[in-house]
Design a protein around this ligand. Structure first.
Ligand code: AMP
Ligand code: ZN
Length: 512
C-alpha cells in the first residue's frame, strides 16, 4: 500500500528488521496452535490475537498469505522440557473421556473462541495425530543422519550435533551442563537433549500410541511442528510465531530438528516472532495452574468478547499485559464510546454502497481483507489520506496497535472530515484492528451476566422507586438504588424519556 517498509522484531536476531518475504505473493507463516487438553485461557488467546494482527498487517501491506496452525492433540508433557505426564492423557483421566473426545471438545471450543474474537481461520489447520507416519519418517531420517540416540524410553535428539543449539533462546548450555545432575547410565547425553519418540512404558499401555521403529509409543511434542511446518510451508518459510515461553525450549528444539533434517544450518523460518504473556498479578496465566480465565468467563461476567480483543490491542504484543477486571471493563467502555460515536456518524452519513460491501463480508472467517480495503478506502481527501498514513505508520512500526487505537479515538472525534469519510477511515482502521466496528452496536455490548438473578419486574420496580426518590430530591436514596442495581448487573440511563436500563458487566475487584 505504501512505500514504508514493515518493521518486525525477529526474536532470532533480537532486532527490529525490515520484513522481506521470500515470495511477496505468498507470505508463509506457521503458528504453534493450542494443546487441546483444556479450554484456551485469555493468555493463550492473546497469542492468537497477536497472530491475527500480524496477518492483518501483512495483508494491509498487500501480501498474500498462507497461514498454517497446528492442533497439538498428542505428545505435549506437563513440562515443556520432556518431564511430567502427557497433558492429553491426564485430561482424559480427569474427565473420564477418551483422549479423542477430549481433543474434539477442546478443539471445537478453541475454534469458537477465535470466531467470537473475530479471528479468521488459518489457511490450514493441521492435527498432530493426522501426521504420525510423517513424524516417524522424519525421525528415521534424522536418525539416519546421526542426530539421535536411543535410550530405554525412546529416541533422543543429540543437541550437540547441530550448530549453535539454543541460539534463539540464548541458552547458556555450559550453565545447563554444570547445573544438571550427573546422569546415570541410560541418561541423556546433554541436559538440553529431548525426546523425538517416547516409548510406552513396558507395564502400561498409553491411551494414544503407535508402532514405530523405536517401539510402541508416541512422538515428542517438538517433532510435530517441524514436520507440519515443512510439509505445508517448505523447508524455508517466512515467519514462525508462538508465545514467549516457546523461545526457550520448543522453538530451539524445532530449529535443531530442522537443521538435522535439512543437513544444514537451516532454521526453517527466517523470522521468529513471540508474544509476551498476559499476566495476573505478575504471574503468567497458565492452563495447568487451575482457576484460569477463559473467554466464556468474560462473557459470563457480561463482557463482550471483542472488548477483550480491544484490551489485548492496548499493549504492544512484545510487552507483558496485566489482566484485571477493571482494565477489561475499561476496554469495554472504550469500545462502547467508539461505537456510540460511530452510530452518530452513521446517522449523519446515511447508507453508502461500500458499507454494504463491508457488511456482507463482515470481516468473517476467510474474508479477503485486501478486497475489502478498496471498498473501504474509496476516494479519500488529502486530509483523509493522512489518517491512512498514520495507520500505516503504526502498523509498520512492529504492529503498534496501541498507537493505532489512540489514532482511531482521535479520528472519530475530528470535526475536520465529513462523517462519511470518517466512517470510511474507521472501517480502514478496522481492517487491521478487527473490532467489527461498523457492524457492532453499543447495545450488542450489553450482555446479561450469567450471575445476574434480578428479574425484569424487579428492575422496573427499583426504577420506579428511584424515580420517586429523585422527584422528592432524595438523591442519597436514588444513588444507592442505582449502585445496588449496578452491583446486580443493571446499568441505568437517565434521558429525556425517563430512565432506561441495560445489562452491564458484573465486575468484582478480585481476579478469579
Ligand atoms: P498451549 O495451548 O499451552 O500450547 O499454548 C498456546 C499458546 O499460548 C502458545 O503460543 C503459548 O506460548 C501461548 N501462551 C501460553 N500462556 C500464555 C500467556 N499467559 N500469555 C500469552 N500467551 C501465552
Ligand atoms: Zn509448535
Amino acid at each position: 500500500m505504501s512505500e514504508r517498509p514493515l518493521t518486525l522484531f525477529n526474536s532470532y536476531t533480537r532486532e527490529l528488521e525490515t520484513f522481506a518475504p521470500l515470495d511477496p505473493k505468498n507470505v508463509r507463516i506457521y503458528s504453534c496452535g493450542p494443546t487441546v487438553y483444556n479450554y484456551a485461557h485469555l493468555g493463550n488467546l492473546r497469542a492468537y490475537l497477536f497472530v491475527d494482527t500480524l496477518r492483518r498487517a501483512l495483508m494491509w501491506k498487500g501480501y498474500g498469505l498462507t497461514h498454517v496452525m497446528n492442533i497439538t492433540d498428542v505428545g505435549h508433557l506437563t513440562d515443556d522440557a520432556d518431564d511430567g505426564e502427557d497433558k492429553m492423557e491426564r485430561a482424559a483421566e480427569r474427565e473420564k473421556k477418551t483422549v479423542w473426545d477430549i481433543a474434539a471438545h477442546y478443539t471445537q471450543a478453541f475454534e469458537r473462541d477465535l470466531g467470537r474474537l473475530n479471528v479468521p481461520d488459518p489457511s490450514v489447520w493441521c492435527r498432530a495425530t493426522d501426521h504420525i507416519q510423517e513424524m516417524i519418517d522424519f525421525a528415521r531420517d534424522i536418525e539416519a543422519g546421526g542426530y539421535t540416540y536411543a535410550l530405554d524410553d525412546g529416541l533422543y535428539f543429540d543437541t550437540a550435533k547441530v550448530p549453535d543449539y539454543g541460539h534463539l533462546g540464548r541458552l547458556d548450555l555450559e550453565g545447563l551442563e554444570a547445573g544438571a545432575r550427573v546422569e546415570g547410565p541410560g541418561g541423556k547425553r546433554h541436559p538440553s537433549d529431548f525426546a523425538v519418540w517416547r516409548r510406552s512404558p513396558g507395564d502400561k499401555q498409553r491411551l494414544m500410541e503407535w508402532h514405530s521403529p523405536w517401539g510402541v509409543g508416541a512422538p515428542g511434542w517438538h517433532l510435530e511442528c517441524s514436520v507440519m511446518s515443512i510439509k505445508y510451508l517448505g523447508r524455508r518459510f517466512d515467519i514462525h510465531t508462538g508465545g514467549i515461553d516457546h523461545r526457550q525450549v520448543h522453538h530451539c528444539n524445532e530449529i535443531a530438528q530442522n537443521q538435522a533434517y535439512t543437513r544444514s544450518g537451516e532454521t526453517g523460518a527466517r523470522m521468529w516472532m513471540h508474544n509476551e504473556f498476559l499476566v495476573v498479578r505478575e504471574q503468567k496465566m497458565a492452563k495447568s495452574a487451575g482457576g484460569f480465565l477463559t473467554l466464556q468467563t468474560v462473557v459470563d461476567r457480561g463482557i463482550h468478547p471483542l472488548a477483550y480483543r480491544l484490551f489485548a490491542l492496548t499493549a504492544s504484543y512484545r510487552s507483558q499485559l496485566e489482566f484485571s477486571w477493571e482494565a477489561l471493563a475499561g476496554a469495554r467502555a472504550q469500545l462502547r464510546r467508539l461505537l456510540l460515536r460511530i452510530a452518530e456518524l452513521k446517522a449523519k452519513a446515511g447508507e453508502a454502497e461500500w458499507m454494504t460491501t463491508v457488511a456482507e463480508a463482515k470481516f468473517s472467517r476467510g474474508a479477503a481483507l485486501d478486497y475489502l480495503r478498496e471498498a473501504v478506502e474509496g476516494p479519500l481527501s488529502e486530509a483523509g489520506r493522512t489518517w491512512v498514513d498514520k495507520l500505516d505508520a503504526a502498523v509498520s512500526d512492529d504492529l503498534a496497535t496501541p498507537r493505532a487505537l489512540a489514532d482511531l479515538g482521535e479520528l472519530v472525534e475530528t470535526k475536520a472530515l465529513p462523517p462519511e469519510e470518517r466512517l470510511r477511515l474507521v472501517a480502514t482502521y478496522d481492517l487491521v484492528l478487527g473490532l467489527n466496528l461498523l457492524h457492532l452496536e453499543a447495545k450488542d455490548l450489553a450482555l446479561k451476566p450469567a450471575g445476574a438473578t434480578i428479574t425484569e419486574a424487579e428492575i422496573a420496580a427499583a426504577i420506579e422507586k428511584r424515580t420517586a426518590a429523585r422527584q422528592a430530591k432524595d438523591f442519597a436514596t436514588s444513588d444507592a438504588l442505582r449502585d445496588e442495581l449496578l452491583a446486580q448487573g443493571v446499568a441505568l440511563m437517565d434521558g429525556k424519556e425517563g430512565t432506561t436500563w441495560e445489562w452491564a458487566p458484573l465486575v468484582e475487584a478480585e481476579v478469579g
